[in-house]
Design a protein around this ligand. Structure first.
Ligand code: GDP
Ligand code: MG
Length: 437
């Protein structure tokens, strides 16, 4: 994947002293190939590399003692920019209900994400209503009813009637019953066709949705970009939801969809379960693609599951870069409460994406890490720098691991701290401003 490829590239740069222009050219060639292999649109990749090269050629990188970090930072910033810089929110209509129309190809995840979104809004105190406007198979209506029930959200349906009429009636129903958000599940096709587009356009005209969200399967790579482009041109979309980012997906779709359509990714789907939905944060996605983990998402998860006070302390420590191994251990112990292990692991620095099959291995790795940190003294966890070879041997023996394992963990932790130092400050300032910390 992109993250692995880029890590390789940056590994090559790491440890080198000053870089020459020819080094940067070589790295940029690799970055470009990595992007293309990750299914990033050709033109997007080309523009991206040109822009990064220009910045990397600047004296800052050439004269820097840490060129690799400088370049990583530039690549990270550019990736963030490419994906839209800030988190794009759903806009609510001033009159009830706010109508969100979901559209997309068959199997993209529309029905699932209607339910996920409704659950998400319900949790923030809204009273959503789902409407079954995919009428071509009775099973489609039934599916929406099932997921609606799981989300605890009512479903409006009129059987296999006219979807435009159903949408209209659903609006009236929502008003009558005080539902402030109406989410329309619509039909999809295997490929874009005129009939489908015509139907969607008629629904749009009839109810004037506040938001038309295109649901895109991230696993379809380059195709996702074409689909997004053509839905935007023929229907006009306000944003996208990128689904199935939990699978063996290449980062390419996330990168190019926004660049090609100019429309923001608003949410990402990270699994089949209804709570596998996250608002899309370009900066987090960028560091995830770069394989640096996703510390912010981790903190957010922690905040919703663990003691608020503790999470605040943790966030403050991260912000002030005082996050030590005592804190890491504490976080790891809280992990068990944060949903599926595979999701949480994928947010850890250096972990990348993890498939269901790898979860067991991940769990073993976590146990090992926990054992190693447990075998350290409080002082060692505070200042890992004091861990000399004899301490390492003691820790390895105490945790039933090898000195290499201890070394690896120390190195990873050091990288994590560097990464936070490099990108943490501005990110946290922004996050704090948004009231997230
Ligand atoms: P629709 O045809 O667009 O309505 O798609 P569905 O909502 O019926 O989803 C198609 C399939 O994709 C179902 O099996 C879903 O469980 C699955 N699915 C949807 N979203 C996700 C996701 O984010 N991750 C994974 N792994 N599967 C998903
Ligand atoms: Mg469906």
């Amino acid at each position: 994947g992109l993250s692995g490829r880029l890590s390789e590239v940056f590994k090559k740069l790491k440890g080198r002293g000053k870089v020459k222009e020819s080094d940067i050219k070589e790295v940029m060639r690799e970055v470009r190939m990595a992007l293309l292999e990750a299914d990033v649109n050709y033109k997007v990749a080309k523009d991206f590399v040109a822009s990064v090269s220009e910045k990397a050629m600047g004296s800052e990188v050439l004269e820097s003692l840490t060129p690799a970090q400088q370049i990583i930072k530039i690549v990270n910033d550019e990736l963030t920019e490419l994906m839209g810089s800030t988190n794009a929110r759903i806009t609510f209509s001033s009159k009830i209900p706010t109508i969100i129309m979901m559209c997309g190809l068959q199997g993209a995840g529309k029905t699932t994400h209607c339910a996920k979104l409704s659950r998400y809004f319900k949790q923030s105190g809204k009273r959503p209503l789902l409407a079954a406007c995919d009428v071509y198979r009775p099973a489609a209506i039934q599916q929406l009813q099932i997921v609606g029930e799981q989300a605890g959200v009512p479903v409006f349906e009129m059987g296999q009637g006219d979807p435009v009429e159903i949408a209209r009636k659903a609006v009236l129903h929502a008003r009558d019953y005080g539902n402030d958000i109406l989410i329309l599940d619509t039909a999809g096709r295997l490929h874009i066709d005129e009939e489908l587009m015509d139907e969607l356009r008629r629904i749009k005209e009839a109810v004037q949705p506040q938001e038309i969200l295109l649901v895109i399967d991230a696993m379809t790579g380059q195709d996702a970009v074409n689909v997004a482009k053509s839905f935007d041109e023929t229907l006009g979309i306000d944003g996208t939801i990128l689904t199935k980012l939990d699978g063996d997906t290449r980062g390419g779709a996330a990168l190019s969809v926004r660049a090609v359509t100019g429309k923001p990714i608003k949410f990402v789907g990270t699994g089949e379960k209804l709570d596998n939905l996250e608002p899309f944060y370009p900066d987090r996605m960028a560091s995830r693609i770069l394989g640096m983990g996703d510390v912010l998402t981790l903190i957010e998860k922690a905040q919703s599951t663990v003691d608020e006070q503790k999470a605040m302390e943790m966030a403050k420590k991260l912000k002030e870069q005082n996050f030590d191994m005592n804190d890491l251990l504490e976080q790891m112990q809280q992990i068990k409460q944060m949903g599926s292990l595979s999701q949480v692991i994928s947010m850890f620095p250096g972990a990348g994406k993890i498939s269901e099959e790898e979860t067991a291995a991940g769990e073993a790795q976590l146990k090992k890490t926990e054992a190693i940190i447990n075998s350290m003294t409080k002082r060692e966890r505070e200042r890992p720098a004091i861990i000399n070879p004899s301490r390492k041997r003691r820790i390895a023996a105490g945790s039933g691991t090898k000195v290499e394992d201890v070394n690896r963990l120390l190195k990873q932790f050091e990288q994590m701290q560097k990464m936070m130092k490099m990108m943490g400050s501005s990110k946290f300032r922004r996050a704090a401003k948004r009231g997230r910390l």
